[in-house]
Design a protein around this ligand. Structure first.
Ligand SMILES: [Zn+2]
Ligand SMILES: [Zn+2]
Length: 326
């Protein structure tokens, strides 16, 4: 099935919900990196990705095929003689810009010590380097992750939200990639189990057994992800000083990643509609209205739009290839 690039996909009743689709599509290291260059640098051609990423032709072909199938990129001829195709972002693909901006902002604030700086975001409206800050689209106020509550909606449940076996592909991990390729984001959402673990943590999972039960994942997978999340100070044992290593809490760094997860879920709920209704419903805590993400510029507080964001390589002063399209 090819998903329409500019209208939502209607999902089957009782099947995978928008969260499962969002995870199934975006929580893949190579997909994140391919989309990073499409969104921030305007990359459209096979050879350009090959020059930018240490990726084999077979893996790149596989990912591009999949990304086209889900309606994020579409092939278009850029020359007739000889016929050559490029891959252009669709409206569905362009609407991933908040997630990508949130990733860049989080990496530049929290993933220190990289040999190669992460891309720098510039707000064209105020002309300054900025970080995207999360606000409430309903009331416009800046919001801390603690001020957002989430609960399952009519199509929400753990089994319907977790990565399922049909979505899992053979792994062709990019773990050998050096700095500059969102190394810590890849730890958190570079594969399906990790992304589902982060989602479970935001929805209040603390104990090893809770993660295991909610995700239906093997204990070895849970243990591995907990170890990796601890190594980058995102999730830490709650009672470490008492030797209790069975309960975990998100650190400030872990909570700061929330806009990435929130943007990914919103993207999923915009483009993959379950007939029963949304998978998860967010509320602006202590208010009477729902919560959805509005990203604001840290410098001028203006609401961000994709077309107003320029992406600079970490050390250069001029935009490399223009803006993230809106
Ligand atoms: Zn609000
Ligand atoms: Zn600004």
């Amino acid at each position: 099935m090819i998903h329409p690039p500019d209208s939502p996909t209607t999902l089957g009743e009782g099947g995978d919900n928008a969260i499962a689709w969002s995870i199934g599509i975006t929580a893949d290291e190579w997909t994140l990196l391919i989309l990073r260059y499409a969104l921030s640098d305007g990359v459209t051609r096979f050879q350009q990705w090959q020059d930018l990423l240490p990726i084999s032709s077979a893996v790149l072909s596989d990912r591009l095929k999949r990304i086209c199938e889900v309606g994020i990129l579409e092939q278009a001829a850029y020359t007739d003689k000889p016929l050559r195709q490029e891959y252009r972002l669709t409206p569905r693909g362009i609407s991933l810009w908040p997630m990508m901006a949130a990733i860049c902002g989080w990496e530049s604030t929290w993933a220190h010590g990289q040999a190669e700086p992460v891309p720098v975001l510039v707000h064209r409206r105020c002309g300054r380097r900025f970080d995207p800050l999360m606000a409430c689209a309903c009331c416009g106020e800046m919001v801390e992750p603690r001020e957002v509550t989430g609960r399952f909606g009519p199509s929400g449940s753990w089994p319907r939200s977790a990565p399922n076996t049909t979505m899992r592909r053979r792994s062709s991990g990019s773990s050998a990639l050096g700095p500059g390729f969102f190394p810590q984001t890849r730890v958190l959402v570079g594969n399906r189990w990790s992304a589902a673990m982060m989602g479970a943590a935001y929805l209040g999972a603390h104990r090893f057994s809770e993660f295991q039960r909610r995700l239906g994942a093997p204990a070895t997978v849970i243990a591995d992800r907990l170890r990796r999340f601890q190594a980058i100070d995102v999730l830490l044992p709650t009672g470490e000083e008492r030797g209790d290593r069975s309960s975990y809490h998100l650190t400030d760094k872990g909570r700061a990643f929330f806009p990435v997860v929130m943007s990914a879920i919103e993207w999923g709920q915009r483009w993959f509609l379950a007939p029963e209704g949304p998978a998860v419903i967010f509320q602006h805590r202590d208010s009477d209205h729902p919560f959805s993400v509005l990203l604001r510029c840290s410098e001028c507080s203006g609401a961000l739009a994709g077309r107003d964001i320029a992406v600079l390589p970490g050390s250069a002063m001029q935009p490399r290839h223009g803006a993230i399209p809106s």
